[in-house]
Design a protein around this ligand. Structure first.
Ligand SMILES: N[C@@H](CCC(=O)N[C@@H](CS)C(=O)NCC(=O)O)C(=O)O
Length: 224
């Protein structure tokens, strides 16, 4: 999303969990995505990557210059990358464990049919038993935070100040796991976690996310 915001050219390489991460480790010295390869620079961690992009092209400046706004953006982005990221991952895992269609939609498209069949047949309880569970307290806290943000974006376009920032991108990116946006492809688009994607108190938040996506992805596809 940041690369789109900046209008920079890029190629996306998906990393397959497991073996794909070995190659990633060889490249970057760690196993997580995102990793940005920009000529000789191999950058890890989304915040580091965004700060690097800000040095390449100023507009839009994703880390605000104003110290107050920069501090707010940093805190929101950090929350989105840690607390929110963990909660949405667990929520999606729980949703997928209850819904065989979502489980299959989450697989890469080239996964063989027989494997999909096996996965479709795995009992719900078994899958959720393998995962850490989102506690009731964490779920309530996640919902409260998202409802507050939903109310916020009803009255302003951007989370902080008058322009798009790293905070907007970090939040929008994490919201994808609760309700997949159009850019996730036809198998996933509109799917996600019941209780969030169909929650009226979060409608404004998902609309805001969709608008942001539209603005980023359509702006550049119509320009090219
Ligand atoms: N703080 C990092 C977090 C990166 C992260 O959590 N990446 C996840 C996917 S979003 C990942 O690669 N998980 C695979 C793993 O940990 O093995 C950032 O913002 O870039």
């Amino acid at each position: 999303m940041s690369l789109e915001a900046k209008g920079l050219n890029y190629i996306v390489r998906e990393i397959r969990p497991g073996l794909g991460q070995l190659a990633l480790f060889r490249l970057s010295g760690q196993r997580q995505v995102p990793v940005l390869v920009d000529g000789p620079n191999v950058l890890t961690d989304s915040s580091v990557i965004i700060r690097h992009l800000d040095t390449l092209t100023q507009e839009p400046q994703l880390v605000p210059n104003n110290p107050q706004e920069a501090a707010q953006a940093h805190l929101l982005e950090d929350w989105a990358d840690t607390t929110l990221a963990r909660a949405v991952r667990l929520a999606l895992f729980q949703a997928a464990s209850n819904d065989p269609t979502l489980r299959i939609a989450l697989l890469p498209e080239d996964v063989p049919e027989y494997f999909q069949k096996v996965l479709r047949g795995v009992p719900c309880g078994l899958i959720v038993g393998l995962s850490e569970i989102l506690s009731q307290g964490e779920l309530a806290s996640l919902l409260t935070s998202l409802e507050q943000l939903s109310r916020l974006v009803e009255s302003q376009s951007w989370l902080i100040g008058e322009k798009m920032s790293i905070a907007d991108i970090a939040l929008a990116a994490q919201l994808s796991l609760l309700k997949f946006p159009q850019s996730s492809g036809k198998n996933l688009y509109g799917k996600g976690c019941p209780g969030f994607l169909d929650n009226p108190a979060l409608t404004a938040l998902f609309n805001w996310r969709d608008q942001l996506e539209c603005q980023l992805f359509q702006k550049n596809s119509s320009a090219s």
